[in-house]
Ligand binder design. Structure first.
Ligand code: S3P
Length: 172
């Protein structure tokens, strides 16, 4: 039986490497809430890895599936949702996620993100350009959307996972 401390879902957004999945998993244990990793759900849904989806069908197709999955989970309660970094690219996704949820933006500097994801080749968008400046460029492109979507903003640069979780709990 869960404690249900929050009467709404906690929606984690932010750039790749911001810690959405790791923080989501940790937070769900702390709060005894369910956890859904949207990227994982997309992979199960499609029976393929996200980078394969990008290769075979392209980004637009992936975005359609992402939007579909966001709609499928819209009635969930007491759930922590770790979203993919690009979920904010479609305004309708944010609208749906905000219906039952508070949106928490996990922020980090491009240098921090680079340090966290440089050895990970599973991210199709940065596969061929894993540099601080490529990350900074994309962050800049998306910054506005992240800020607009966020109910709370947490800087993660100098914090470990438990500290980020504590901050989310005290903010919400
Ligand atoms: C994407 C981020 C990825 C994944 C896909 C696209 C993006 O998720 O959804 O590769 O556009 O920023 P993570 O943020 O969990 O890496």
């Amino acid at each position: 039986q869960s404690k249900q401390l929050f009467p709404y879902n906690i929606v984690l957004i932010g750039f790749m490497g911001a810690g959405k999945s790791t923080v989501g998993a940790h937070l769900s244990k702390l709060l005894e809430m369910e956890w859904i990793d949207v990227d994982q759900k997309i992979e199960v849904h499609q029976g393929m890895k996200i980078h394969e989806m990008f290769d075979v069908y392209g980004e637009a197709y992936f975005r359609d599936i992402e939007t579909q999955v966001v709609h499928e989970i819209q009635d969930r309660e007491n759930t922590i949702l770790s979203c993919g970094g690009g979920v904010v690219l479609r305004a309708e996704n944010i609208e749906v996620l905000k219906k039952n949820g508070r949106v928490v933006l996990l922020q980090a500097e491009a240098e921090t993100i680079y340090g966290r994801i440089k050895d990970d080749c599973s991210r199709p968008l940065l596969r061929n350009q894993m540099t601080v400046s490529a990350i900074a460029h994309r962050l800049e492109e998306r910054k506005q959307r992240y800020y607009e979507a966020a109910d709370y903003i947490i800087d993660t640069d100098d914090k470990d996972i438990p500290a980020v979780c504590q901050e989310i709990i005290s903010e919400l």
